[in-house]
Design a protein around this ligand. Sequence first.
Ligand SMILES: [Zn+2]
Length: 230
Amino acid sequence: MKFLSQRGYFVKAPVPNGPVTIGGRLVLPGAASPSTGLPLVQYASVRVSSDALSIPGWLSQEIHCLYSWTCNIHLGDFSYRQTPETVTVLEYQAGIDGAGPDFPYEGYPKSFRAVSGTLEAISEREQAIILHLNKSAAPDFAVDPDYAMNTPEANDLSYPRHQFGGVPLLLQSDAPPKDCIECRREMQLFASVGNGNYTNDLGFFGNDFVQILYWCCPACQIVSARNYCD
Ligand SMILES: [Zn+2]
């Protein structure tokens, strides 16, 4: 797997006027499911700049993490080009038979309230724990009792959180890399979105052990997404 950067950040929210928005909505032409016409759900967006998350070559001021569970997009790889003016869905699983308006939970919101957050650098120790968890075969991600880093802090790292850059906790550590559907080069993993949304108890997925991984190809201005559950 190719990662955007060695340095990773967790999200701290709510913090006014931060570089990250959790939830919210992207109002741009094309930011809709081709199957339902409904707006894509935004789980996060982050300001792309040298003092926040740096993505060399990314032309928009922000990079947006979009998705849909209420159509078949969640059943396959999902890719879209994001420019400052428009979103163009380029790869998706068509149809609505594998989903519905109450998936992943009853009364699923059409969008989530925007919560501003900031980026908190992940320490070397935290990153080492995450790398260890990614290597461990424990099915429930419980931290190895013999492991020297087995602390309450390590337990807090054992489920997916919002992370930009670095190596996130991977619910499926053998997840295949993602190649850009246009230039065919391997994309860079830049974000993991977890369940917590700071606004409702069920969160984004109704399950703390679900994550959406996001890759980008700055050469093509393309974002790709795939979900994983344990
Ligand atoms: Zn590309």
